[in-house]
Design a binder for this molecule. Sequence first.
Ligand code: WQD
Length: 325
Amino acid sequence: MRICVAGGAGYIGSHVSHAFVHAGHDVVVYDNLSTGLRSSVPAGTKFVHGDVSDPLLSRKTLEGCQALVYLAAFKNAGESMIDPIKYTRNNLQATLSFLDAAIEVGVKYVIFSSSAAVFGDSQYLPLDENHPKEPSNYYGFTKLEIERVLAWYDKVLGLKSASLRYFNAAGYDPEGKITGLERNPANLIPVVMEVACGMRSGMQVFGTDWNTKDGTCLRDYIHVTDLADAHLRALGHLEKGEATFAVNLGTGRGHSVLEVIQAAESVTGRKVNYQTVGRRAGDPESLWASGEKAKELLGWVPRHSSIESIVLTTWNAYKANGMVV
Ligand code: WQD
């Protein structure tokens, strides 16, 4: 099937692009390279250097595609609370413009990169799909809005879609084929790696006064290879004529910030210097997913998402880029 992967040169997007190419699909990657890397696009795969806000180029690229996998969005929850307009323009306006182009050219299936951030503070754990959706940061709001538009596009237009709510995406291709590092990362795992390899002299731990086992926030770190597998399964599910759905993608357990730091020190053999500071705006205390619906609906079970594998594969990516001396 001809599939457009919008944002397919990004950290998560490149893992998704590779998975669809490996599965034999005819993939075209559309990316503005604002955060993605041209070198992360699978070799030999058609690439269009464009912005999702460009209606003409979007439409031209989508011509002939039966499916759209949409990952072109900014994903820094903290940043979205400082510069919400940047997130309105890209995660809402441009995303809707791209979806319009997809509908105009007759795309049949949409796989949408959503996020655990749609839930906000957890009222119970693990988070299942019925949990109230009250985002605690603007990034999560933008993701929830697009989910709701897609639900209406099915009701009114019959467009079938899958909204995949990634918990904390992390790790790198275990086979080492994808090593594109994020530039100026803000997420915990790459920040810890940059401290471990000396790119940063230290890091900040945002809050040690949470009501958790060690006072730091808990998150469900899910390997990008497991996430990519879920995208393939989601498309297969829609192709069978199944209904539009949203599903949580996580491991079912949470790790604290300090546990991640300890795992990184153990795997890398390096000290990770950190300073404890106040809480970060918009941070929920604990988030981890129930994977029951993803397992039941898609037969999806994460296989690469131990914290050790996540840290080791990320460390290997930093080594592959010559960052570890
Ligand atoms: C994790 C924890 C921080 C950096 C992410 C993505 C978002 C979405 C949801 C995909 C938090 C703490 C972090 C640092 C720290 N994913 N931290 N020092 O905020 O859970 O959101 O998952 O859609 O794209 O942003 O992830 O990695 O920023 O933070 O103490 O230098 O680590 O406070 O508790 P977050 P994160």
